[in-house]
Write a protein that binds this ligand. Structure first.
Ligand SMILES: Cc1ncc(COP(=O)(O)O)c(C=O)c1O
Length: 388
């Protein structure tokens, strides 16, 4: 008889990774693949980041750093808050993490005890729910739709059955790219503070917005955890480096957990991140490309007969309703990859119930790939009979 496998490990897969594997197999078999499945910029880390690493390789031991990260990087991130939002966030409240992903587990472990309940919007980033579940925390879903711009509202929070200990906000969100207005963000943050609910604000898509102003919870809620990363705006997914703004009275708990669990984030990635903080011109040019991609892909979906597409204020995704084509978006996405070479993620990753009628397309890959994918996708969609 096999030994026990812990129930807590029985979490759903992050399906994007499965689509990435299928796309890679198709590529290895010699097929052209257009990567619209993953939120991964098609560009390397900015030049200043790569130059900083080249220098460090010959001059730096690249040993362990402090658990909370290199002082220079923490100071640089503190400066970023002044530059981006005009707010003063002391470096002492900032910790470097192994991507935003590394921040979630640390924040949840610092803020919640087993059995605590944490509210979040559905559709939403699946790993929130899966990490909560692995930590014996209960994810309390708030079903959202176009009527509330796919974001939670104070009314929806009031209507929840039973009290919650935490709330995760993502503005802009993945998969829809939708944002809360500063007023709505403020109202939800106030609600959290009055109810003693810990706000966790995932701000990983800040910097990638197309008009709507961003609100950082760091400016309005001292009890909030703010999670961010160098993966998206800074085009550094594989470097696995991000950061958190931590409530002042929790930084020591967080440092203890971080020191025990990972010791620190990779030194080489922290050096790269420090370089990336000065790459504004290069990064703004990338964002302009995403904006063009967004138009090209939206037009292709519309031409392909899709009428309900999220109106993304930020990030680099379109969430498209395909219920006229299928009740099984996993199968639809599999066929699209097989027949056109376009890799797309089914909505079920983000919404286990309604997601079978949606797919998410990422538009941060290079412009030539997006243009070719758009050319192939529109006629394919148009020609499809309903699957089932
Ligand atoms: C909303 C959201 N949060 C966090 C992450 C994880 O990012 P990181 O690469 O920093 O771990 C992602 C990745 O797609 C995301 O979409």
């Amino acid at each position: 008889m096999g030994l026990k496998i812990a129930d807590r490990s029985a979490v759903d897969a992050f399906r994007v990774m499965d689509v990435m594997r299928a796309a890679q197999s198709a590529e290895q078999a010699g097929r052209a693949v257009y990567h619209l499945e993953v939120g991964q910029p098609g560009t390397p880390a900015p030049l200043a980041a790569r130059e900083a690493v080249k220098q460090a390789l010959d001059s730096h031991t690249l040993g362990y750093t402090m658990a909370l990260g290199m002082d220079e990087l923490r100071a640089g991130i503190s400066e970023l808050y002044r530059k981006w939002y005009g707010v003063d966030v002391p470096a002492a409240r900032i910790t470097v993490t192994q991507g935003a992903s590394g921040g979630f587990a640390l924040a949840f472990l610092t803020a919640f005890d087993a059995g605590d309940r944490v509210a979040l919007a559905t559709p939403g980033y699946p790993c929130y729910r899966n990490i909560l579940s692995a930590l014996d925390l209960e994810a309390v879903e708030i079903m959202t739709g176009p009527d509330t711009h796919y974001q939670p509202t104070v009314a929806a929070l009031e209507a929840l059955e039973g009290p919650v200990n935490g709330l995760i906000l993502a503005s802009p969100s993945n998969p829809t790219g939708s944002m809360l207005s500063p007023e709505d963000f403020g109202a939800i943050s106030d609600w959290c503070q009055h109810r003693g609910v810990r706000l966790i604000s995932d701000e990983i898509y800040h910097g990638l917005t197309y008009g709507t102003p961003e609100t950082t919870a760091a400016a309005i809620n001292d009890d909030a955890f703010v999670i961010n990363s160098f993966s998206k705006y800074f085009s550094m997914t594989g470097w696995r480096v991000g950061w958190m703004v931590v409530p002042e009275d929790m930084i020591r708990s967080l440092e203890r957990l971080q020191g025990n669990m990972t010791i620190c984030s990779p030194a080489v990635s922290q050096i790269a991140a420090l370089g990336a903080l000065n790459a504004t011109e290069e990064l703004e040019a990338l964002k302009a490309g995403y904006r063009r991609n967004r138009t090209v892909l939206r037009d292709a979906l519309t031409a392909g007969g899709i009428s309900e597409i999220s109106a993304p204020d930020g990030a680099f995704y379109l969430y498209a309703k395909v219920d006229h084509l299928t009740d099984d978006a996993v199968e639809l996405c599999r066929r699209i990859l097989d027949e056109t070479g376009i890799a797309i993620t089914p909505g079920a990753d983000f919404d286990t119930q309604r997601g079978h009628h949606f797919m998410r397309l990422s538009y941060c890959t290079d412009e030539a790939s997006v243009q070719t994918a758009a050319r192939l996708l529109a006629p394919w969609l148009k020609s499809q009979p309903r699957l089932r």
